[in-house]
Design a protein around this ligand. Structure first.
Ligand code: BTN
Length: 266
């Protein structure tokens, strides 16, 4: 497989001085590797791609499995200092979906969907950038949190390209090849890299505001019945100003910030 690492480097470097691209044949997890590096005070902006992951991770402690060649798996690591971290995963989803195809939807807070099926996911983690002793304080950011502003941020993205094995999954997954026949990981990455960096820089400057309408235009849950982890049920009404999922329940509108939300089966 030919990776367009140099072309990506040339396109991204003017936006991010010191930026490097690395493509490795195998890693446990691109997120884990960049978090280890952050703890070792390696804080330069980097795009790290793995052709195979032996311990890929998803949100909420889940695993992310992909057969080599069937998925694009990468993490973008960079120092970020937004005034408010709320809505970052939504902004990343907007950038990736817009870069790839108009038909891609976003399922709050971290998933890329196609026709009601999951095509990819986003896992964001951060580490403090202060003294090495502080840098172990990684947290799963989900929608926000974290008192101090400047952190090394690791944005991990996994995207199915070819039809994945779906054994054991209640809903079969989707893959980008359905929309873009013959797509390979390098070409998908090349489409996404610059828009992703631009989105991160816009988010750092202006927060979630520039992304709200764009997220809501692709919101896979809009108007659909959802069930929150505490049992509350209602109709999803899009993302609010800070990226919280608005849910219209019998008791009024609830803003969900980090709880797991599952779509109630029709
Ligand atoms: C999810 O769906 O819960 C998020 C999945 C994120 C998977 C990607 S693959 C590249 C990066 N490295 C990981 O270990 N996870 C992310």
């Amino acid at each position: 497989m030919n990776w367009p690492a140099e072309a990506i480097w040339e396109a991204v470097s003017p936006l991010l001085p010191g930026f490097t691209v690395e493509v490795l044949p195998e890693l446990d997890s691109t997120n884990s590797e960049l978090m280890r590096r952050a703890r070792a005070a390696q804080l330069e902006p980097v795009l790290l791609v793995a052709q195979r992951q032996t311990a890929g991770r998803g949100r909420l402690g889940r695993q992310w499995h992909s057969a080599p060649g069937d998925a694009l798996m990468f993490s973008f690591g960079l120092p970020l200092a937004p005034a408010d971290w709320s809505g970052l995963s939504l902004a990343v989803g907007v950038a990736v979906a817009e870069a790839l195809h108009p038909a891609i939807c976003l399922k709050w807070p971290n998933d890329l969907w196609l026709g009601g099926r999951k095509m990819g996911g986003i896992l964001i983690e951060t580490a403090l950038t202060g003294a090495p002793a502080d840098a172990g304080g990684a947290l799963d950011l989900r929608l926000g949190g974290g008192g101090d502003k400047r952190r090394f941020c690791v944005i991990g993205i996994g995207l199915n390209l070819a039809q994945p094995a779906s054994a054991g999954l209640s809903t079969p997954p989707a893959w980008l090849g359905e929309l873009w026949p013959g797509v390979d990981a390098g070409r998908a990455l090349q489409k996404v890299a610059v828009p992703l960096v631009q989105a991160l820089q816009a988010f750092e400057r202006d927060g979630f505001a520039p992304f709200r309408a764009r997220f809501n235009a692709r919101d896979a849950l809009a108007g659909r019945p959802v069930k929150l982890s505490d049992g509350t049920e209602g109709l999803a009404r899009g993302a609010g100003e800070t990226g919280a999922l608005l849910v219209h329940t019998a008791a009024g509108v609830t803003a969900v910030t980090s709880a797991e939300v599952s779509v109630r089966p029709a």
